[in-house]
Write a protein that binds this ligand. Structure first.
Ligand code: UD1
Length: 448
C-alpha cells in the first residue's frame, strides 16, 4: 500500500511549492482572452453531486487548484471523480465510505465546508472540520451551522470539528439569516433538497453562481426556486438523479481582465464573458472612464483613456450581489491608483481584504488605510517595479495587474496562491502581450 494516504486526525501541513512571478510592466495588452468557467459555481456543483448516487457530469469546469482540492477531498470520501478531459469532471457518489472531511481539506480551502449540507442531508451524519481551524471570528461558519439546526440537525463542536447528525431525514423549515451569506445560502439550499417538507431561505444571497447551482439542482430533479430576489424556496424530495451541466463564465476572472486592459491602456476582447452578471462593476468602470462594451458572447475593453490621463477618481463600496463584488475590490483599487484625484474604497464585506494594499504601496501607490474597511487612494501614481508578496488569491491577481501597470520589473512571491482560482493565468497574459514568467522560488527566470 505504498500510495495509501496516512490518516491524520492531527493535521500535518503539506509543504507548498512556492512560486514567483516576474513581471516587466509598461506594455499595453491587446488581443483575445478566453474566460473560463466560474470557480464559485463549479466548486458547489461538485459538492452538490454527492446528493445523488447517480453520475453527474460537468463541463466548462476551470482547471484550477481549488477544483483539484475539491476533487481530491471527494475521492478521499470514496466518491469516484473522473476527469476524462480538460474542463470536464464526472462525479459518482454511489459508495461514500467516509463521512469525514478532515482539516487537510479545510485548511486548503474554505469551500470544503460546502460538503456539510449535502452529506448531512443524504447520509444523516458527517464530521467536518471548521475551515477557520480554531480561528473563529475571522471567516466564521456560524450561519451554515445554524441553518442546519433550523432543519433539525444536532451539531456539536469539539476539537476544531463539527459533529453533525440528523436521525432520519432533515425537516424542512424557515431559515432566517441575520445577513446574506453566499455559501451559507448554498449549504442550506443543498441540505433542504432532500429534507422532508418545505424550506424557505431568507435573505438568500443573489449571486449568479447560486442561480447556476439552482439550475443544476433542478436538472437533478430537485424542487428549488428563487421565488423573490432574496428568497429561495425548496420542497424536499426523497431522491435526486444524476445530471449534466455547463458551468457559467467566471465574472470575477472577466472583471480582472477588464482591469488588465484598463491599467495598461490596452484593448482586449474577453471571449465567452457576459456583462449580465457584471452590471455594477461595469457601471464602476464607466464612472472611472474605462471603455467597456457588451456583446452577446464577449466583452470589449478599451483602456485608451489611460494614456490621455482620462481616468477619474471615484468612491466605491463593496456589497453583496447585485452590488460591487468584494472579489473585484482589489483589482478596482489597482485601477484607482491610475485615476486622477482622490478615491475612497469601502470594503464592507470582509475585514482582511485591504491588507494587501500595503504591497501596492511598496510599488509607489499613494494609499492611506484608515481602518480595516476604508482606504484612500491618491492618483495617478507612477507604479515602480518592486519585490512584493502575495497573501491570498484575489490580492495575487491584483498584484499582477499592478506589476503590468508599473515601470520596470516586479518580483511577486507567493504566486502559487493565484492558481487556486485562475485557470492558465500565465498563458492568458502572455497571449495578450504581457511580459511575465513564473518559476519556482529561488530560481531566476527572465520574463519573456
Ligand atoms: C463567497 C465566495 C467569495 C466571496 C464571498 C462574498 C465562494 C467559494 N466564495 O464566500 O469568493 O468573496 O462569497 O461574495 O463562493 N459570515 C459569517 N458567518 C458565516 C458565514 C459568513 O459571519 O457563517 C460573514 C463573513 O465573514 C463575511 C460575510 O458573512 O463577512 C459574507 O460572507 P459569505 O457571503 O458567507 O462569503 P463566502 O460564502 O464564504
Amino acid at each position: 500500500m505504498a500510495d495509501a494516504k496516512p490518516f491524520h486526525w492531527e493535521y500535518n501541513p503539506e509543504p507548498v511549492a512556492r512560486e514567483v512571478f516576474r513581471v516587466e510592466g509598461g506594455h499595453a495588452l491587446s488581443g483575445v482572452v478566453p474566460i473560463s468557467g466560474a470557480k464559485n459555481a463549479a466548486l458547489k456543483m461538485l459538492a452538490a453531486a454527492t446528493l445523488t448516487g447517480e453520475r453527474c457530469r460537468f463541463t466548462n469546469v476551470p482547471e484550477i487548484e481549488d477544483v483539484r482540492v475539491m476533487a481530491d477531498t471527494l475521492r478521499d470520501l470514496g466518491v469516484v471523480v473522473d476527469h476524462p478531459e480538460a474542463n470536464v469532471y464526472e462525479v459518482a457518489s454511489g459508495d461514500v465510505e467516509w463521512l469525514f472531511v478532515p482539516l487537510e481539506a479545510a485548511a486548503k480551502m474554505r469551500a470544503s465546508f460546502m460538503l456539510l449540507g449535502p452529506l448531512l442531508t443524504r447520509f444523516g451524519r458527517v464530521i467536518i472540520s471548521n475551515p477557520g481551524g480554531d480561528r473563529i471570528g475571522r471567516r466564521p461558519v456560524d450561519l451554515h451551522v445554524e441553518a442546519m439546526r433550523a432543519l433539525g440537525a444536532s451539531i456539536d463542536y469539539r476539537n476544531g470539528y463539527y459533529f453533525a447528525t440528523a436521525p432520519g431525514r432533515l425537516r424542512g423549515g424557515e431559515i432566517r439569516f441575520p445577513f446574506v451569506s453566499v455559501m451559507g445560502t448554498e449549504n442550506a439550499m443543498l441540505a433542504a433538497t432532500l429534507a422532508e417538507g418545505h424550506t424557505t431561505i431568507r435573505p438568500a444571497a443573489q449571486e449568479p453562481e447560486i442561480d447556476d447551482l439552482i439550475t443544476f439542482l433542478q436538472e437533478m430533479g430537485a424542487e428549488v426556486e428563487r421565488t423573490y430576489p432574496d428568497t429561495i424556496e425548496i420542497e424536499g424530495r426523497k431522491r435526486l438523479r444524476g445530471a449534466e451541466h455547463r458551468v457559467i463564465p467566471d465574472r470575477i476572472e472577466a472583471g480582472t481582465f477588464i482591469i488588465a486592459g484598463a491599467v495598461t491602456g490596452g484593448r482586449l476582447t474577453l471571449q465567452g464573458a457576459s456583462c449580465d452578471h457584471l452590471a455594477s462593476f461595469i457601471e464602476t468602470m464607466d464612472r472611472v472612464g474605462v471603455g467597456v462594451s457588451c456583446g452577446s458572447d464577449a466583452i470589449e475593453v478599451d483602456g485608451s483613456a489611460l494614456l490621455e490621463g482620462g481616468y477619474r477618481a471615484i468612491d466605491v463600496e463593496t456589497a453583496p450581489y447585485p452590488g460591487l463584488p468584494t472579489d473585484l475590490q482589489p483589482p478596482t483599487a489597482v485601477l484607482l491608483t491610475q485615476a486622477t484625484g482622490t478615491s475612497h474604497v469601502h470594503e464592507a464585506i470582509f475585514e482582511d481584504r485591504l491588507e494587501w494594499l500595503a504591497e501596492v504601496r511598496r510599488m509607489g501607490a499613494r494609499i492611506d488605510m484608515a481602518d480595516a474597511h476604508h482606504a484612500t487612494i491618491e492618483g495617478p501614481a507612477q507604479l515602480i517595479g518592486a519585490e512584493v508578496e502575495i497573501g491570498d488569491l484575489r490580492a495575487g491577481a491584483s498584484l499582477i495587474l499592478a506589476a503590468l501597470a508599473a515601470q520596470g520589473t516586479t518580483v511577486i512571491h507567493g504566486a502559487h496562491h493565484v492558481h487556486r482560482g485562475y485557470e492558465n493565468i500565465e498563458r492568458k497574459f502572455l497571449d495578450i502581450g504581457a511580459s511575465l514568467a513564473r518559476s519556482a522560488e529561488g530560481t531566476d527566470v527572465t520574463p519573456t
